[in-house]
Structures are given as structure tokens and as C-alpha cells.
Design a protein around this ligand. Structure first.
Ligand SMILES: [Zn+2]
Length: 267
């Protein structure tokens, strides 16, 4: 551990984005290096001031997204770098805490009259995908790809699906719950622009429609064929399929053939 390495990570420590082991390793350096200790304490103090003195203001969703899109479309650096200002080793994966608090572009979603829109897995998947590309997510910790899988599976009762994907340059995981139903989320960055997001929930829970659910059309197709694939308005493709005791719901801007090829490619 040297001062350069510490300096590169000091923001991540302050924002608590690193795992415990890595954090401790870095803090041990700060314990013996007065310069880095000062750096760390200054950064921490600045963050505290920003948090206590600044008030967050909401902006209309269309304003928010036009800002985000302008930011995302400028330059050529990676999606992760644009969102989080850090360069990552491609082998390293992010674990995210989803912070979804903004409105959405209207997208076409097959409706089921008895089910509230917010409980619809397809709506949730599209909303989360938008949040991912819009950047309203916050990295929680940085870890290896295997760690992401373990992190996700530790907290849920269903089998988490983190398939290896051709051309994947970054992979990320998110855990949260919807009205007590545990959900796992995986995000892949493929090349410079393409992103695939996979929402995962307990299959029985999803099919029951008690708390989360699917439109009848999607449910029937899943029962008959194990798959449900639609190209929706707004350039979104959604692919639902069964994986062991898990319902997976993937969203991307790819065409359906390309997306299915990626999702079914066994390496
Ligand atoms: Zn130092």
C-alpha cells in the first residue's frame, strides 16, 4: 500500500463504496501515514458539510433525463466512469444500492386490470432499467464478480442468475425488496454503450401475483413456453424467462434476437 493507491481510493472510502476488507486495508495505511490521514479526514469533513448544509431539490423527470442523457452521451469514457467518476478494472464488479426516486418516460406496458401498475414486474424492470441508465443508482461496494453472486444469493431464497456474457466489460449487482419481497438485480455493461439489466425474483411469488405479478398474457406465455419476449415502445426489449426457482426479467435496447442470443449463450 502506498500513498498513490490510498489517494485513488479515498473518495470510495468516504462514500463507503468498498468492502470491509479493502476499507480496513486502506485505513491501516492512514493510521501510519499522517499525510493520507489528513487527506481522509478533510474529505470526510467536506462530505459531512455537504450533507448537513445542502438541501436536495427535485426536478421534473424530463429535465432530469435530458441532463443525464447529455452527460452520458458526451465523450467516450465508460458508462461506469460517467456515472461514478471512477475507472474500473473490467474484472471488477459493482454492487449497487438502488436509489430510485424520479419519474419516468412513458413506456408501453401490457396492462392487467386487477394488478396495480407498481406491482407489475415488467413495469418495475423497465423503471429500474431507466434508473440504471439515468444514473440514479449509488455504488455500495466494489467487489469481484464472484463476490457479487455471493452477495446477492446470501440475501434471497431463490437461485441468483449471473450468467457470463460475451463482451461484458462490467457487471453489477443490486439487492432490495418491494413490500417485503426480496429482489436481486444484475447489470451488465457490454462494450461502450449497451446495457443489459436483469431483474430477479422468486418464481412462485411472481406467478402468484400477491405482491408482485405479471400481466395475464406474460404469465400464460411463460407457463406455455418458459419465455416471454417483447419489443416495446421507447426502444426497449424485455425478455422474461424461468431459471430454476427464479423469474428473470431482462431489459435492454437491443433487438430481441440479439438479446436472446446473449442470454442463452453458454460459455
Ligand atoms: Zn500515505
Amino acid at each position: 500500500m502506498n500513498c498513490n493507491e490510498f489517494n485513488e481510493c479515498v473518495c470510495e472510502i468516504v462514500d463507503k463504496r468498498l468492502n470491509e476488507e479493502r476499507t480496513n486495508e486502506l485505513l491501516r495505511h492512514a493510521d501510519v501515514c499522517p499525510h493520507c490521514k489528513y487527506e481522509f479526514q478533510t474529505m470526510q469533513a467536506t462530505k459531512n458539510i455537504v450533507h448537513t448544509k445542502m438541501k436536495r431539490q427535485s426536478v421534473p423527470a424530463d429535465v432530469y433525463y435530458s441532463i443525464i442523457n447529455a452527460t452520458l452521451n458526451s465523450g467516450h469514457s465508460s458508462w461506469f466512469k460517467k456515472l461514478f467518476g471512477v475507472n474500473l478494472n473490467p474484472a471488477i464488479a459493482f454492487v449497487f444500492l438502488a436509489v430510485v426516486g424520479v419519474g419516468l418516460y412513458s413506456v408501453f406496458v401490457p396492462q392487467n386490470n386487477r394488478m396495480p401498475e407498481e406491482a407489475n414486474i415488467i413495469s418495475q424492470s423497465l423503471k429500474n432499467y431507466q434508473a440504471v441508465i439515468g444514473g440514479s443508482i449509488k455504488p455500495q461496494l466494489v467487489s469481484t464478480e464472484d463476490d457479487v453472486h455471493s452477495f446477492l444469493e446470501k440475501d434471497v431464497s431463490f437461485e441468483v442468475n449471473v450468467p457470463k456474457m460475451k463482451g461484458c466489460s462490467s457487471c453489477a449487482g443490486v439487492l432490495n425488496s418491494f413490500k417485503g419481497v426480496k429482489l436481486a438485480h444484475v447489470v451488465y455493461q457490454l462494450g461502450d454503450k449497451s446495457i443489459i439489466y436483469i431483474y430477479q425474483a422468486d418464481l412462485a411469488e411472481a406467478m402468484s401475483g400477491n405482491i408482485i405479478g405479471l400481466p395475464d398474457e406474460a404469465k400464460e406465455e411463460l407457463i406455455k413456453t418458459d419465455w416471454y419476449v417483447r419489443e416495446l415502445e421507447g426502444n426497449r426489449t424485455i425478455v422474461l424467462w424461468k431459471y430454476k426457482n427464479t423469474l428473470c426479467s431482462a431489459v435492454s435496447e437491443m433487438k430481441k434476437d440479439e438479446m436472446i442470443a446473449l442470454l442463452t449463450d453458454k460459455e
